[in-house]
Write a protein that binds this ligand. Sequence first.
Ligand code: NAD
Length: 397
Amino acid sequence: MLIQPKVRGFICTTAHPVGCEKMVANQIDYVTAQGKITGPKNVLVIGASTGYGLASRIVAAFGAGANTIGVFYERESESEDRPASAGWYNAAAFEKMAHAAHYYAKSINGDAFSHEVKERTARLIERDLKQVDLVIYSLASPRRVHPDTGQIYSSVLKPVGQSFQGKTVDAMRGEVKEVVIEPASSEEIANTVAVMGGEDWEMWIDFLLQRGLLAEGASTVAYSYIGPAITFPIYKEGTIGKAKEHLKATADKLNQTLKPIHGHALLSVDKAVVTQASSAIPVVPLYISLLFKIMKEKGIHEGCIEQIYRLFNEHLYTATPKPRDADGCARLDDLEMRPDVQEAVMTLWPQVTTENLLQLTDILGYRETFYQLFGFHVPGVDYTVDIQPTVKIESLA
Ligand code: NAD
């Protein structure tokens, strides 16, 4: 079949296997060109199929030569006329290339919040790797079924305390508009914390520790975001920010939990990038379009892979790690938050309208990156060729 993008709001319901494979290959090429890292040996990545988690798996394998187990929740192609999800194709491409390079790589597709997937992962580690020395926690999900109670929590992206009025963009239509978002109820805040906070991260680490699957000195890293004041009402001080506060408190708690094995838990504060998760957040796509323009002009633009390589190489696996911030977090958003970058973004922010969107922002770059998340608009891919949408992941455990 010929696979075309089908965009509905901020998601694309189709994905292109060849385009996704090329995007994974590009990330692998980037890491290979940077050089080897003396890093972890056995790595578990939870949320390994797209965005920051996929980049983490690529850096672990192709940068540090690590064995990797990836956990994710993706849709397989069930018929000849329905493509799989982008993450499915990414994982298939990653495994193919990892195996060709003789790296151990196995994957588990299922709900990481469930006891069942934790158990399957534990059995796989026990059998193949014995222990892991790095656990990356990179889930981004709109909902969570609590494994003990069966309760379903849905997250919301809303301000807390007061309503928010501000600019946003419909990135695909190129329309800048005002949005008013009413504050979240206390139940919505609690639900968002239940989905995107640290409870599940803690469950994973407690479980792996109890089963003896964490190596002496093992580390675990989860990803966070802070961003500029302009997005505070919807991000840092909004429902998602409350979840990230909980994630930070969990990191502190896990640092105690991991003491007996001399392990560490860390939050890495990453830069705003276009991923399936971030495109769903109001205001953020407009900010990212401005940020991309400024960072590209200054020659400091980065995606997930560049930052995760830096995380491993400059923060985690080096004799001279970069300093942590006052809260003990690694700051990979250092370039985004540079005063000259933020001043340039904030100067343009009030001026942006639908009419000057193309001139003032990198909305075209935003859109291209969005399409590329799903394997479309990837240079070097011939989209007029008939494609078989059913692709196997080689080592799905
Ligand atoms: P993403 O949407 O690209 O990736 C999410 C991953 O989680 C995918 O691998 C998906 O399969 C997996 N997943 C979702 N629900 C699952 C479930 N129930 N079970 C198993 N796997 C599941 O997201 P992302 O943007 O890379 O976000 C990852 C982390 O990075 C999040 O904590 C996010 O807040 C953080 N972060 C993102 C940005 C950004 O701008 N995108 C910036 C800084 C930090």
